[in-house]
Design a protein around this ligand. Structure first.
Ligand code: SAM
Length: 251
């Protein structure tokens, strides 16, 4: 059973809260069935197949930042969607908390996951990934779930998650290129109702500088990073690792 919403109100700024509401609407209603299809084995168009392949590579890249054996580790899948990553981590022995704004996607994730893992456990939840009541973790993965937030909100999210994470975060961001920045600016000219939630591209140097200068992340270092491009899918993995021994989990 999916646990009831953990929406604890408003972690974050007004822009975060507004964007979160928009994402909730989009992923729970407008795009829920498209996401269900994209993340299944059903036949899709060539374009979506390239996106699927890129996402698959990204999933392996991010989970490759964690040890192969996650037995005894508490892991947060932050913005789990239909749960493919959560299942992979549970298969490796983790106790996973998988949370997403969309109860529809989480319900689907739980149904799909039945009988697919043995080693670990998955606690499915709908709500906000930044809800402090979720507790603390050894590792956190956030695949393409923070790419819709502005850079300051993304940094707030990293800081909030890092404060509750003992070892490492594996996140993605939408890498900004001059072309993407132009398209993004053009896209902003269209009325909001006509668009999917826009992605907030960010130049890697700006993001790394933001992490390095954020006092809330002073005990953290950025590690491996990898850009993955496949058709229309463009995203970049980034590892953030606690530089000093943490005590978050179980506290
Ligand atoms: C692009 S989808 C990716 C889903 C999944 N991580 C994957 O890679 O298949 C982004 C997901 O992040 C979720 N999301 C965005 N902001 C969130 C938040 N603040 N808390 C929880 N989930 C969030 C959305 O509902 C959506 O399902």
């Amino acid at each position: 059973m999916v646990a009831p919403s953990t929406d604890a109100g408003s972690p974050g700024s007004r822009t975060y809260t507004e964007r979160r509401a928009w994402l909730h609407e989009y992923f729970d209603r407008t795009a829920a069935s498209a996401w269900a299809t994209l993340t299944s084995d059903s036949k899709v168009s060539w374009v979506r197949r390239t996106v699927r392949e890129g996402r698959e590579r990204m999933r392996h890249t991010l989970s490759g930042y964690f040890p192969a054996d996650l037995t005894g580790m508490r892991v947060l899948d932050a913005g789990c969607g239909t749960g493919v990553q959560a299942v992979e981590l549970a298969r490796r022995g983790a106790s996973v908390v998988a949370i997403d704004l969309s109860p529809t996607l989480v319900g689907l994730a739980e149904t799909r996951s039945a009988g697919k893992f043995e080693g670990g456990t998955i606690e499915w939840r709908s709500g906000d990934m930044l809800d402090a009541r979720l507790g603390s973790f050894d590792y956190v993965v956030a695949m393409d779930s923070l790419i819709h937030y502005t850079l300051p909100d993304m940094l707030d999210a990293y800081a909030a998650l890092a404060a509750r994470t003992r070892i490492a975060l594996a996140v993605t961001f939408a890498p900004s290129t001059p072309l993407l920045a132009t398209l993004h600016a053009v896209g902003k000219a269209f009325p909001r109702r006509d668009r999917a939630p826009s992605i907030e591209p960010v130049a890697m140097a700006r993001l790394l500088a933001g992490v390095a200068s954020d006092p809330r992340l002073s005990g953290w270092t950025t590690g491996r990073t990898q850009r993955i491009e496949s058709g229309f899918y463009k995203s970049q993995a980034l590892e953030l690792r606690r530089a000093t021994g943490g005590t978050a989990c179980g506290s």
